[in-house]
Design a protein around this ligand. Sequence first.
Ligand SMILES: Nc1ncnc2c1ncn2[C@@H]1O[C@H](COP(=O)(O)OP(=O)(O)OP(=O)(O)O)[C@@H](O)[C@H]1O
Ligand SMILES: *[C@@H]1O[C@H](CO)[C@@H](O)[C@H](O)[C@H]1NC(C)=O
Ligand SMILES: *[C@@H]1O[C@H](CO)[C@@H](O)[C@H](O)[C@H]1NC(C)=O
Ligand SMILES: *[C@@H]1O[C@H](CO)[C@@H](O)[C@H](O)[C@H]1NC(C)=O
Ligand SMILES: *[C@@H]1O[C@H](CO)[C@@H](O)[C@H](O)[C@H]1NC(C)=O
Ligand SMILES: *[C@@H]1O[C@H](CO)[C@@H](O)[C@H](O)[C@H]1NC(C)=O
Ligand SMILES: [Mg+2]
Length: 675
Amino acid sequence: MFVKLLTIVFFSLLSQFPESSSQALDFTYNGFLPPLTDISLEGIATVTPNGLLKLTNYTIQKTGHAFYTKPIRFKDLPNGTVSSFSTTFVFAIHSEIPSLSGYGMAFVVAPNPRLRYATASQYMGLFNITSDGNVTNHVFAIEFDTIQSPKFSDTDDNHVGIDINSLISVESSPAGYWDIKGQFKNLTLISRKRMQVWVDYDTHTHQIDVTMAPFRNDKPNKPLVSVVRDLSSVLLQDMFVGFSSATGSILSEHYVLGWSFRVKGNAPPLDLSKLPKLPRWERKRIYNIFKTWMPSVCIFLIPFLFISTIIILVRFVVKRRRKFKEELEDWETRLGKNRMKFKDLYYATEGFDEKDVLGSGGFGTVYRGVMLKTKKEIAVKRVSSKSHQGLKEFVSEVVSIGRMSHRNLVPLLGYCRRRDELLLVYEYMPNGSLDKYLHDSPEVTLDWKRRIKVIKGVASALFYLHEEWEQVVIHRDIKASNVLLDSEYNGRLGDFGLARLCGHGSDPQTTLVAGTWGYLAPDHVRTGRATTATDIFAFGVLLLEVACGRRPIEIQNENGDQRVFILDWVFGFWNEGNILDAKDTKLGTEYDRTEVEMVLKLGLLCSHSNPHARPTMRQVLHYLMGDATLPDLSPSDLRGNEMMRLEIHQGLSETGMFTCGSSMVNSIVSASSGR
Ligand SMILES: Nc1ncnc2c1ncn2[C@@H]1O[C@H](COP(=O)(O)OP(=O)(O)OP(=O)(O)O)[C@@H](O)[C@H]1O
Ligand SMILES: *[C@@H]1O[C@H](CO)[C@@H](O)[C@H](O)[C@H]1NC(C)=O
Ligand SMILES: *[C@@H]1O[C@H](CO)[C@@H](O)[C@H](O)[C@H]1NC(C)=O
Ligand SMILES: *[C@@H]1O[C@H](CO)[C@@H](O)[C@H](O)[C@H]1NC(C)=O
Ligand SMILES: *[C@@H]1O[C@H](CO)[C@@H](O)[C@H](O)[C@H]1NC(C)=O
Ligand SMILES: *[C@@H]1O[C@H](CO)[C@@H](O)[C@H](O)[C@H]1NC(C)=O
Ligand SMILES: [Mg+2]
């Protein structure tokens, strides 16, 4: 009996031995690095060089299978119960579109490692339309479904289900895990993140547990999906284990990074540090977009960029050239070197910046500037003229005058003309104009020594213009603001000839008289002609202005209707016999009585209403230098003055007064050109 039993056991062992030698009970893959043994690949499944089991690649509507090639003995006897088994694996799903994927993957236990008739998309490579749900399939699977198929009663597009012979899960749950605190945490299957899964079957309780967790997390205590089902009728004695996956119309990749399996025991733990790395998708995705779009983008963008760059450049150049265009007309070429470049002046004055404005007069605004190359300080007068012809004559004259050099003239360095705009470039006078030291209670005033020096300087400059230069030059606008002071407080005369620019070439029936109100000689107003004598009249007014520290016309009362001519004012003192009382109180006591008296009287003489009675500049210079003494004049000698001026006053109001430029200072008086 015992022997018989022994032989049965022996024979049964013997008969099982060849088979059991080929049947594994456990295996572990920490990555699938070649040489890959005991894994068969079907469909589009591949293994990447770094050891990732890639179930699907970017091919649509295809299945991919990977099976352990050796059969697994699930039952000790053909009609026995299924032994306990356990498996764990790490997977990741990546899809081209971050929020969509298809169709998921499954861990499979099947009677053969081929699943040849299984179809793609929602069948997940497990079944086909006719075989789905047929008990003869003998397929047990854990699905990781990323698409909600109503046909299979899917709860959502991110669930884990236990499938027996059918894609309609026996039990399923949204993907996730229960953490240590007992809270449910969602997991997104298509998040591209690595996740670990454990599947356990207990032979005694028939309990099937599916647990999952994020990569590197411990296995949660509470399984995600759990069901009690005796698998004895489902699984055959020898089965094959593996993975199945399928793609739909969205390009997606399903990866298994590592896998272990064991019958009758817990699956061997995976060595997570040895698992292969996933591809760096972000870069690849951007790179792919780059690769697919770049050529077409380039085709449109490059010419577009090129053309727009050229347009911008051309516009810039044109604008710049327009801005800095030099208009050189024939008549200007012979003036040659006096002409300056607008560009240089533009940069010197920082684009005619408001803060560089020195002041403005009747003809325009004066800007301070520094020449970029020479670092020389300049004063640029910007004049706009309405008459081109006038401008032409004026430029010729000014430039010829520019050749003059006299220590008491403000040097004209050059000019620049653009359309009807004229830029006159003068040397910068650091101490500004004389009027600033005389009027409106100035902070600094000039003592008599300086004043007489300035007067003498201006006189010698005017003498030079009238008599010493090769032709007679009439200044036309002598006044305190046109007397500038250099660094040594020498008086220097500026702005000659500018008055001529105003209104030139208009109606021949009328001659427009330009000059500054208060310095205008009566004969000038009457005849409309500027002469050396009209210059001398203005110089006389300037003498009085310097000596008295008063404006040529001082507004006496609040309303401004009573104006007092400086001539009348000085004359009044003289009449009373104390002409010195007319002197500037700001002079204090440091002055030369005879000199002041002489200057006052000379001023009155120069401003005589009869042009023939006025001295010449030569004489004036002699008197000032003390080379000749002023004839002993009495108020009665100059009495005619008052009458004449009165006449002019009336004449002015009859003919009307116009202003030239922006300032009221310069006034043009229209008079009939009676000759
Ligand atoms: N070369 C210069 N250096 C320094 N300052 C100057 C120079 N030329 C002019 N200025 C300043 O600019 C101001 C304005 O001059 P501008 O010649 O435009 O006016 P104006 O002399 O008052 O009147 P007009 O137009 O009759 O000459 C002057 O008051 C003077 O202070
Ligand atoms: C996907 O894998 C299959 C099988 O290896 C291969 O023939 C196919 O070219 C691959 N397709 C892509 C898009 O990589
Ligand atoms: C196993 O079951 C099948 C049918 O289910 C039966 O035909 C066979 O005889 C049984 N074998 C054993 C050893 O019980
Ligand atoms: C479905 O699969 C079965 C085998 O499982 C096969 O016999 C049948 O022909 C398949 N049907 C289709 C439509 O592919
Ligand atoms: C199940 O499949 C088998 C074999 O493929 C077939 O004979 C049987 O008719 C199928 N049963 C159903 C219900 O489709
Ligand atoms: C988890 O997912 C379910 C269904 O997808 C959702 O209702 C729930 O709000 C999610 N919970 C968290 C914490 O995201
Ligand atoms: Mg001036």
